[in-house]
Design a protein. Structure first.
Length: 435
């Protein structure tokens, strides 16, 4: 069976998925995004060039590979075309290799306006969204009034559907926020973008199923992370799509039975951008240290990321929800100078041990983590590629993680560069790459 592997974030996003997908994509014919939109920011560093991909799967950076933007995503045509331009000017021609679903929903500029207005109206209870219009676009999708890429491909259909949508939206927006929805020039601008988009638009579910049928391999590139998933994350402090492994099947139209494995990605610690509960968040001084060593600033918004210790309760949950068969640990090098590393092995709620992730956000916020202290290796791992050169205490840390989560650590990342990576000998992940 052709391999079809899903890769997901196991925390609140920014685990280093971009770097890992870029490395692994050499072993896959196609990389596909299944959820989210240009709220994602996936960083790939190849020699002196730093790429930040938002909607286009990172596999596109390998010139012989194909990339798919599936129907479960939301597409801002202007943002997508500017991403295409940036790639083209860096020598990455996407022609004939990038395929955009005709069923994906469209993000319009007014979705961004609504996102901003809704965040401002929430005041101190805001969600800290990326303000890219993601939530409002998914709202229209679920309310069954959204416009899809296929609508954009037919000017007459587009004008009629957009007019109907705007009638409703403009009135609601005026009533809710007391200002007008900005729609001047929208139809013409959208139709110009539609023509630029047209060469990429296909039925991507058909494309992916046919590719798999012919024995071509596919990697599904998760965006966001397990704890940002609309169903399984820290609701309402989540994104508006299914960022867990189940979302890959739904969002790409590839049957679950065709999926051959799931890879999870975690940092050696935890970060979060935006608001919401974060049980293992570090005090300011420690967080500052990790933030500066790990360069923890949002790749899309530039916001400083909140930093905390690794949370094994969360990772165990992510293993369960996603069916992770191999875990990748990134940013090990950030702890190179760390004397003692804290790892959360359990929680207490009002003095009672808690085994499961609570559903209620209030309860989640009141969890008290229980830590185990692990000795740091205090020697450089930055840029290491050979497993044999890992300091013993670093191996002990990785072994501790894999023992606690019941899943192998199949790959370790020791720097942002493509080559600062090791796939562990004898691991399931190594087998997946070879097969
Ligand atoms: P993503 O959204 O999961 O793709 O992650 P981001 O790209 O938003 O954030 C990860 C950041 O960590 C980026 O700046 C990467 O270049 C960087 N990074 C990835 N892996 C490593 C690593 O092993 N070590 C270090 N120091 N940086 C890394
Ligand atoms: P990648 O793929 C980190 C967060 C936002 C906010 C919440 C909702 O780079 O890991 P949204 O704009 O989606 O409505 O915001 O989700 N968020 C992310 N945080 N990494 C991401 O993507 C994120 N995408 C959304 O910060 O808290
Ligand atoms: Mg990111």
């Amino acid at each position: 069976m052709a391999k079809a592997i899903i890769l997901v974030g196991t925390q609140w996003g920014d685990e280093g998925k971009g770097k890992v997908v870029d490395y692994l994509s050499s072993a896959f014919d196609v990389t596909a995004r299944f959820a989210g939109g240009n709220n994602a920011g996936h960083t790939v560093i190849i020699k002196d060039h730093r790429f930040i991909l938002q909607l286009i799967p990172c596999g596109i950076l390998r010139l012989e590979k194909h990339a798919v933007i599936g129907s479960g995503t939301v597409v801002d045509p202007a943002a997508l075309m500017s991403e295409v331009e940036t790639l083209t000017s860096a020598g990455i021609d996407v022609t004939g290799r990038l395929h955009v679903s005709n069923r994906a929903h469209v993000i319009f500029p007014f979705h961004r306006q609504i996102d901003k207005a809704a965040e401002a109206a929430r005041g101190s209870d805001n969600l800290g969204t990326t303000k890219r219009g993601i939530g409002p676009a998914y709202e229209d999708k679920v309310a069954r009034r959204g416009l899809r890429i296929c609508d954009l491909m037919d000017a007459e259909v587009f004008r009629a559907k957009l007019a109907r949508l705007l009638d409703e939206k403009a009135a609601t927006f005026r009533k809710t926020y007391g200002v007008e929805l900005e729609i001047t020039g929208l139809v013409e601008e959208s139709l110009v973008l539609a023509e630029r988009l047209r060469p990429y638009v296909i039925d991507t579910a058909m494309y992916l199923n046919q590719a798999l049928g012919k024995g071509r391999s596919v990697m599904f590139e998760g965006a966001q992370g397990t704890m940002l998933d609309i169903d399984h994350g820290t609701y309402p402090f989540v994104t508006s799509s299914s960022s867990t492994a189940g979302g890959a099947s739904a969002g790409c139209g590839v049957p679950p039975i065709r999926i051959t494995g799931v890879i999870g990605v975690t940092k050696a610690y935890t970060t979060r951008v935006g608001t919401g509960p974060f049980p293992t968040e570090m005090p300011d001084i420690e967080a500052e240290e990790v933030r500066s060593r790990g360069n923890e600033f949002g790749s899309v918004t530039g916001r400083p990321r909140r930093c905390g210790w690794l949370d094994l309760v969360m990772l165990r949950y992510a293993v369960m929800i996603n069916g992770i068969g191999s875990m990748v640990v990134t940013k090990l090098d950030v702890f190179d100078a760390q004397k003692e590393i804290q790892v959360c092995v359990g929680y207490k709620y009002k003095g009672t041990p808690v085994k499961e992730m609570p559903a209620e956000v209030g309860k989640f916020a009141a969890l008290v983590p229980e830590y185990k202290s692990v000795r740091g290796w205090q020697s450089p791992t930055f840029g290491l590629r050979e497993e044999s050169k890992l300091p013993q205490l670093a191996r002990d840390y990785l072994k501790f993680i894999s023992d606690e989560i019941g899943t192998e650590v199949g790959m370790v990342s020791t720097g942002p560069e493509r080559d600062a990576t090791m796939v562990r000998g004898g691991s399931q992940l190594e087998k997946w790459l070879r097969d």
